[in-house]
Design a protein around this ligand. Structure first.
Ligand code: SAM
Length: 387
């Protein structure tokens, strides 16, 4: 496997092991979990495959050089001496992002600036012309990561973050990030052998990510663009081949995915997103107040949702979360209910004991993904186990 190279998939806090599982099932080699990232090896086709299919990664980096540095002069000369012209042309645009975990440098913007200067100076010397910076939509996104005295330079193969799947044309007031939604569905342990409900579905992100998971659908197959399409080794035939092979692995799904939202505008947007994603056959949504709904059969139901938490959507936390608990308890026997909330206080009002709590971040907000197992007698058992 001499064509294999190292890649690093970036993710959110708490998703490292589910990302590693996804990589394993796609066929990655030498998988190593880091903090908010997982590294692995594969070839160019595999780089295309992971960008198309990974649901829990925000971007995939390809390290291209690494060197030791302890000061600005080392940084400048190492970047200046690197053969950038093997990757970029003078007419390409670029942007640098730096992440620091070192005592040798303290300002990431300063580091990015010096990397830019050295790269540009090299092009000027060689070609009397320089590539330009484009912060919004560069042809090349270059990542500079310094840990202690080791600087690693990577190309970002994804470009725009991988949560931008291309199906969400309509967003609600507080949509959840698609990668966060995909990770939550996976962490919920849903085996895709039951119906699935998001009772507060908003723009439908959890529903669509659940559908993609259940069908083994390559989440980014409808994206318009990846950064690797600007690279010198871009191979469109190979890309089409990989795309077709990931689509061949799509599975049938024989259960129902349902969404409710009490806001008519949310349902309109949600329906549009479901059409965009192509899942009108398995996802059904209706305008309903969750607190007046009831589970419509005896079978086991997986419930995953993202209720308002009072930050962006104003609610009375105490009575709202109490109603969530009451509704689950009385109307949703034989279900596992998971929800994520950034209001740690809210969990106190649910009135049920969570069987699991997982720390996650919704953007910058520390959150909990809580699991409630609702079976007949939940009330009694809850009381018995309460200390
Ligand atoms: C945080 S948003 C959900 C965002 C959604 N996950 C997305 O990606 O767009 C919460 C949603 O709960 C809905 N909601 C609030 N109370 C509700 C209730 N009692 N029944 C159903 N939906 C409700 C709101 O209208 C809002 O769309």
């Amino acid at each position: 496997m001499s064509d294999d190279f190292k890649m690093v998939a970036k993710t959110f806090y708490g998703f490292e092991s589910i990302l590693a599982d996804e990589l394993l099932s796609l066929g990655a080699r030498n998988i190593e979990e880091g903090v908010r990232n997982v590294s692995f090896y594969g070839d160019l086709g595999f780089l295309y495959k992971v960008n198309l299919a990974l649901s829990t990664s925000v971007r995939v980096l390809k390290p291209i050089t690494s060197f030791k540095i302890t000061d600005e002069k080392d940084l400048y000369s190492s970047i200046y001496n690197f053969n950038w012209e093997d990757y970029l042309d003078v007419d390409d645009t670029f942007a640098i992002e730096s992440n620091l975990n070192t005592d040798f440098f303290s300002h990431s913007l300063f580091v990015s600036q010096r990397v830019k200067d050295a790269l540009v100076d090299r092009f000027r010397k060689l070609f009397k012309k320089r590539p330009n910076v484009d912060r919004d939509d560069p042809d090349f996104k270059i990542n500079c990561h310094i840990t202690d005295d080791v600087c690693t330079i990577s190309l970002d193969s994804s470009g725009k973050p991988l949560n931008q799947r291309g199906y969400r044309s309509e967003t609600n007031i507080a949509p959840i990030n698609e990668v966060l939604a995909a990770g939550i569905v996976k962490l919920s342990g849903w085996d895709c052998e039951s119906d699935f409900l998001d009772p507060m579905c908003g723009s439908g992100t959890l529903l669509i990510e659940a559908a993609m998971y259940a069908k083994n659908y390559p989440v980014n197959v409808n994206r318009k663009h990846f950064s690797f399409q600007n690279w010198k080794d871009w191979d469109s035939d190979l890309f089409e081949l990989i795309k077709a092979s990931t689509l061949k692995k799509v599975k049938p799904f024989n259960y129902k995915i349902t969404g409710y939202d009490k806001a008519p505008s949310a349902i309109l947007k949600c329906n549009q997103n479901i059409i965009n994603a192509g899942f009108t056959d398995i996802i059904e949504v209706s305008q309903d107040n969750f607190f007046t709904t009831t589970k419509n059969n005896e079978n086991f139901l997986q419930i995953v949702f993202n209720p308002p938490y009072g930050e962006r959507l104003q609610i009375d936390i105490e009575s709202f979360y109490k109603q969530i608990g009451d509704t689950l308890k009385s109307n949703y026997t034989n279900s596992n209910a998971w929800f994520i909330t950034s209001s740690l206080e809210a969990l106190k009002y649910v009135g049920l004991r969570p069987s699991r709590k997982i720390k996650l971040f919704n953007g910058k907000l520390e959150s909990r993904l809580a699991k409630y197992e609702i079976y007949s007698g939940t009330k009694k058992i809850h009381k018995l186990t309460k200390k």
